[in-house]
Design a binder for this molecule. Structure first.
Ligand SMILES: Cc1cc2nc3c(=O)[nH]c(=O)nc-3n(C[C@H](O)[C@H](O)[C@H](O)COP(=O)(O)OP(=O)(O)OC[C@H]3O[C@@H](n4cnc5c(N)ncnc54)[C@H](O)[C@@H]3O)c2cc1C
Length: 450
């Protein structure tokens, strides 16, 4: 094997290139990137005197791929955990602290749930029935909402599970696959009987070491991972070089962006672009059918005295149906010690989710006005932000519908038989979180080149 092409220089593509160097050290690796910078949906820029993420700002520690890669890149000592371990949920017009006794929103202590005030007394009583229930073990896949509503009632679903999982995916948990989006909950439901008890057992196992944080990030923001990865990869990274076609050339592949053929090609672009590159393969239609949702991330710097709320948490999620456009808000300067500042507060506000894309069509000025008005009600913000940055992430969140795991297996099998030597990976396939993208980039390179 002499030449390997990686299309897309997001986390998945850069991780694939990094792994390609390891498994095929003699091959020439070329990374093609349409935009003028590597990193894709990961971007950290200067804001209000700090380096603040415009997209992802942390990764899960439990899924080891991101921590492992950071350690390999010499970033182990730079990793920090959020200074705040709890968050709020906005429900019935109030911010209420999320109990820590939960697994992806499934309460593992119903007294703590009752004390939180997030669910009404009647809602807690419905959830308590689960403790004695003989639920059949979950088989196959199902929408998250179907599993949770049936076992714990509508309130626990709508006020806890849906905001948490919906927030991670910018999705509607009534339409998201439990297997693909919440494998831990699927595993708990597979045990049958009480879901609360199964979730409590799993939580006890996973939090056996209380000193281990749930999230990590480099002190300089997620862009540090991209910078290090870009330097570590022994490949030519050609920015501003979109690939528009992939043609078979005997046993090799030719891209319109390069005159010489490649032996292997790893496609890591967003799904619609990947679909367009696969030509007449049936995988094209399967990839193109994965729904996508856009979000807007608005970062605000606000004078400390202009906010009444103590901001003593990592941020809040908003329970639907939406009262406005805000779906979540990170209190970034409370969440991260390296962003704390006695005078200025940094907030990262998310808007846009499956079924509600109105924020995307607003101008920056209208968006800022709307967010400031909503924050006045939510955290007692008065006056205007001193600095604002708006980042539109179009089609950034693939929606995993029930059956997604099988759909991905079908896409991979079809690509491998229709386009030998080509593989597809990325946020639309095996998970959209940072560790999942790193893991699948590396796994795809090993499988295709190893
Ligand atoms: C606002 C936001 C917040 C998030 N927060 C978190 C978080 O806190 N924690 C977490 O774990 N995850 C988070 N995520 C998810 C995570 O950041 C992404 O899913 C992940 O970065 C996607 O990586 P990727 O490489 O698969 O895709 P992308 O980053 O989309 O990379 C694909 C690349 O392909 C390029 N490309 C497109 N077309 C072509 C072409 N024709 N030729 C060549 N290149 C092309 C693109 O320019 C892009 O650089 C967040 C995402 C967003 C948008």
């Amino acid at each position: 094997m002499r030449r390997v092409a990686v299309i897309g220089a997001g986390l998945t593509g850069l991780s694939a290139a990094y792994e390609a160097n390891r498994v095929a050290p003699d091959a020439e690796v070329v990374v093609f990137e349409a935009s003028d910078r590597p990193g894709g949906r990961v971007r950290t820029t200067a804001f209000a005197g700090h380096l603040v993420d415009e997209g992802a700002d942390a990764f899960l520690v439990r899924v080891p791929d991101a921590v492992e890669l950071c350690e390999e890149l010499g970033l182990g000592d730079e990793l920090v955990a959020p200074a705040q371990r709890t968050a709020f949920i906005r429900v019935d017009g109030k911010l209420r602290r999320l109990p820590s006794e939960q697994l992806l929103g499934v309460p593992t202590d119903l007294d703590a749930l009752a004390a939180s005030g997030i669910v009404t007394a009647a809602g807690v009583e419905v959830a308590r029935r689960d403790l004695e229930a003989a639920h059949e073990p979950l088989r196959g896949d199902a929408p998250i909402g179907e599993v949770i509503r049936e076992r714990l009632g509508d309130e626990v679903h709508e006020r806890l599970v849906a905001p948490l999982i919906g927030g991670i995916n910018a999705g509607d948990a009534d339409h998201l696959s439990i297997r693909a989006c919440a494998p831990q909950l699927a595993a708990a439901a597979e045990q049958g009987g009480s879901l609360v008890a199964a979730a409590a057992r799993m939580r006890a196992r996973s939090s056996a070491d209380p000193s281990r944080p749930v999230f990590n990030a480099p002190r300089g923001g997620m862009g540090v991972v991209i910078d290090r990865l870009t330097k570590a990869v022994e490949a030519e990274i050609r920015t501003s070089t979109p690939v528009r076609s992939l043609q078979r050339d005997g046993t090799r592949w030719t891209l319109d962006a390069d005159p010489e053929p490649f032996d292997r090609v790893i496609v890591t672009t967003p799904a619609p672009v990947a679909a367009s590159l696969l030509g007449r393969s049936e995988a094209t239609g399967l990839l193109a059918a994965i729904p996508l949702v856009s979000v807007v991330m608005t970062t605000l710097a606000v004078r400390r005295e202009r906010i009444d709320h103590p901001l003593d948490g990592s941020g809040f999620l908003v329970v639907g149906p939406a009262e406005g456009i805000i779906t979540a808000c990170s209190f970034s300067s409370s969440k991260w010690d390296h962003l704390s500042n006695p005078d200025n507060v940094v907030l990262r506000v998310s808007a846009g989710r499956d079924g509600d894309q109105q924020a995307l069509s607003m101008s920056d000025a209208e968006l800022t006005r709307t967010i400031e008005a909503e924050l006045a009600d939510m955290i007692g913000m008065h006056g205007q932000a001193s600095e604002v940055r708006v980042t539109r992430w179009v089609d950034a969140f693939p929606q995993y519908r029930p059956g997604h795991v099988e759909l991905v297996a079908e896409i991979e099998a079809t690509v491998s038989s229709d386009l030998p030597g080509v593989a597809v990976a990325g946020a639309a396939m095996h998970g959209l979180g940072v560790p999942a993208c790193i893991g699948q980039g590396r796994m795809t390179a090993r499988a295709l080149l190893g």
